[in-house]
Design a protein around this ligand. Structure first.
Ligand SMILES: [Zn+2]
Length: 216
């Protein structure tokens, strides 16, 4: 009887030790809800430092506009969710494509969003394009696309396109690259520099990210 009793005591101790381990396992198995801690979103403002990206007729630099949009998306997400929101750069510095992807892999990001503005030799070309690489990216692309369409942005929708970009191809997280307007187009360049457009675009992208995280 003494032997049986001591087994029960040992099991009792084991049972008290077990719950935290079980909880950890449960968190790893299911993605954290967007309103719980544990969700990580990486926002990647394209270019930076010596790499200015596209430059508009009125001097708009893609690297600056991309950073401004990224910071606004970060603010939106921090205000509306409990997600951790990390920028691949929050200053005017050059970051390699490898290092941008490394931020996603090291943080096991739930979402990776790369922000860009376009340019083209034909100044009449304008509008927004969303790029994806694989199936994992598609739902994220669709969620953001839908919200941008709903946002009354008064710019052309160029849809969702496949592209073999490094930050998408090498990315372990669901990832999209957003081209949010052409600095080489006069109307787009004016829009990109307006507070109204920046606010609406950031809110729409945050909406799309939240929608995607809820749907997992
Ligand atoms: Zn770019």
């Amino acid at each position: 009887m003494t032997f049986v009793f001591s087994v029960v005591v040992v099991l009792g101790i084991a049972a008290r030790v077990l719950p935290p381990a079980e909880t950890e396992y449960a968190q790893a198995a299911a993605p954290a809800h967007v309103n719980e801690k544990g969700v990580c979103v990486v926002i990647d403002p394209g270019h930076g430092g010596d790499d200015e990206g596209a430059i508009g007729e009125n001097g708009t630099m893609e690297k600056d506009a991309a950073l401004q949009t990224a910071l606004r998306i970060q603010q939106e997400l921090l205000a509306r969710t409990k997600a951790t929101v990390i920028l691949t750069r929050d200053q005017d510095v050059d970051v390699s494509l490898e290092d941008r992807v490394k931020v996603a892999s090291e943080t096991s990001a739930d979402v990776f969003i790369s922000i860009h503005y376009d340019a083209f030799t034909d100044p009449t070309i304008q509008g927004m394009t969303i790029y994806f690489f694989d199936e994992e990216d598609w739902n994220l692309a669709e969620a953001i696309h839908e919200r941008l369409l709903d946002s009354d942005l008064n710019t052309e929708d160029r849809g969702i396109e496949f592209e073999d970009y490094h930050v998408l191809r090498e990315n372990p997280s669901p990832a999209v690259l957003l081209e949010l307007g052409y600095v080489s187009n006069r109307s787009d360049e004016a829009r990109i520099n307006s507070q109204d457009y920046q606010e609406k675009v950031a809110a729409a992208i945050a909406d799309g990210i939240i929608e995607f995280l809820k749907s997992r």
